[in-house]
Design a protein around this ligand. Structure first.
Ligand code: FAD
Length: 346
């Protein structure tokens, strides 16, 4: 089945989310597609609990709070979110509409596309041990999608950030055994979580080691243990029996498929006309960290401004003969109807 919509927004970071709002005010429907399992882009992936101080009229909020507020603000427009899938192909049809297909086979047709892909799609930093990648998605996991599949198994968790520590805490009671291996004694995870982990170690429910995985052993085609070199003075070596290896070395952004869509690029960013935020391809717009133009600043507030400009430009693209007026949400009955705060036909 092919979904039809006015506009497809590629990327559910803060800027992609706010784009729904600006399009909605213009009376345009949109859907959002994102590679990640949750909306929020960098705010959720890189700094969910860290403070942001430069969102206008919000003196302080965390990355997660900003995304929660944006989700609340765009709720009236009911834009479907299609998560956990990358937009792989984007093609122009003979009638100047666009067809998109995602990694999960979702097909969408639309009249305009907004690329809000930030630094590209985030991909996990892989464990670099020769030939170990054959166990990926069988016994080596870079995300925990279904916690239940790890129950009753010998788990080794690699990493020292929030994901590694939080998953070690969440799975400790359910695993047959759990060992967290961090490169150094310093953790990047929240202090309170590290304290909980150390308490688990003291109670014998978890083991914490400092070192790195350098090799592995297999039995009957299955990963059976990982070989670690520890950071103690003797550089002692240890084999840890493992059923599932959970690796959380962080995420690195990759421009990925955006490179293949024929858009003019400058240093891996999409060049746009800063009056409309249209790219070199008519009907395809780019907002937020993915774009570049003279004076560009990679800030959330700059991205928000860009979404308003792009939404107006798209409205004009769809209805070139109709005069556009700047309307205020404070006073415009039409905008208030679209926002669902006033009765009537939007
Ligand atoms: P992103 O947040 O990068 O989101 C892009 C989304 O697009 C991602 O979710 C990605 O998965 C998705 N995507 C990419 N390619 C595809 C594809 N092909 N298919 C499907 N999905 C795709 N800015 C501020 O203004 N104030 C701050 O205080 C601040 N603090 C920061 C702190 C840190 C540690 C960092 C790293 C950044 C900070 N920033 C701050 C910058 C801010 O986070 C970015 O400017 C903002 O996230 C850009 O939003 P975006 O929506 O353009 O892109």
């Amino acid at each position: 089945m092919t979904i039809q919509t006015d506009v497809v927004i590629i990327g559910a970071g803060p800027v992609g989310l706010f784009q729904v709002f600006e399009l909605g005010l213009q009376g345009l429907n949109s859907i959002i597609i994102d590679a990640l399992p949750d909306p929020g882009g960098q705010c959720i992936e890189l700094y969910p609990d860290k403070p942001i101080y430069d969102i206008p009229a919000v003196a302080l909020c965390t990355g997660r709070e900003l995304i929660d507020k944006l989700m609340e603000q765009i709720a009236p427009f009911e834009a479907p979110l299609h998560l956990d899938q990358t937009v792989d192909t984007l093609t122009r049809n003979s009638d100047d509409t666009f067809s998109l297909e995602t990694s999960k086979g979702l097909q969408v047709e639309c009249r305009a596309v907004i690329v809000a892909a930030g630094a590209g799609s985030f991909t996990p930093v892989k464990l670099r041990v020769d030939a170990i990648d054959k166990f990926e998605d069988k016994q080596i996991f870079y995300r925990v999608r279904k916690p239940a599949v790890h129950e009753g198994r010998n788990l080794v968790v690699l990493g020292g950030g929030d994901s590694a520590v939080d998953w070690a805490l969440a799975l400790a009671d359910k695993a047959a055994s759990i060992t967290l291996v961090n490169r150094t004694e310093r953790f990047r995870a929240a202090e309170a979580s590290v304290e909980k982990l150390m308490a688990l170690q003291e109670s014998g429910k978890a083991k914490v080691l400092f070192g790195a995985v350098k090799g592995f052993a297999e039995q009957n085609g299955e990963l059976s243990s990982v070989h670690c070199v520890l950071r103690d003075d003797a550089k002692s070596e240890i084999d840890l029996p493992v059923d599932d290896l959970l690796v959380f070395f962080g995420l690195s952004p990759k421009l990925g498929p955006v490179e293949d869509w024929g858009l003019a690029l400058e240093k891996n960013m999409v060049t746009v006309d800063c009056a409309t935020f249209e790219t070199s391809e008519p009907g395809i717009y780019a907002v937020g960290d993915i774009n570049t133009y003279p004076g560009k600043k990679k800030l959330i507030l700059s991205g928000f401004h860009e979404t308003a400009m792009a939404a107006h430009a798209i409205k004009y693209q769809f209805e070139p003969d109709k005069k556009q007026y700047t309307q205020y949400t404070t006073t415009s009955p039409l905008l208030q109807k679209r926002l669902g705060v006033k009765e009537g036909d939007a």
